[in-house]
Ligand binder design. Sequence first.
Ligand code: THU
Length: 135
Amino acid sequence: MDAKIDDKLLAAALAARENAYAPYSKFTVGAAVLADDGRIFTGCNVENASYGLTCCAERNAIFAAVSSGARSFKALCVVADTDAPVAPCGACRQVLAEFPFEKIILANCRGQVKITTADELLPYGFGADALTKNK
Ligand code: THU
């Protein structure tokens, strides 16, 4: 995948971050997903007065993509205003592991980027293979 696509995804994630609804934490996050068919879907974090109902940017982007029929993906980019490229939360790592992403791009608002994979983010994670013996 060429660097121009990474730049496009980062720009989409930064734009989505502008829509973040984070009145409680004030920590705004944006994410963008590139589907195999070339479509890009975005998400931002959406908080709630009942804090536990908050949904992260990564999950909102993935759920938007899946809701539009995408099932396999080339990349996901997530960005926040952190010192180092932002580290996805554990729940998002589990959701990322559900889908075949070729690469995951962690970024911050200073343009620092770390390229990683779902396996690297969630080693020894729970997966569908564990459910097969119940079929
Ligand atoms: N957040 C994300 O959107 N993605 C992450 O991977 C980490 C955390 C959001 C959730 C909450 O709205 C705020 O950041 C602070 O935790």
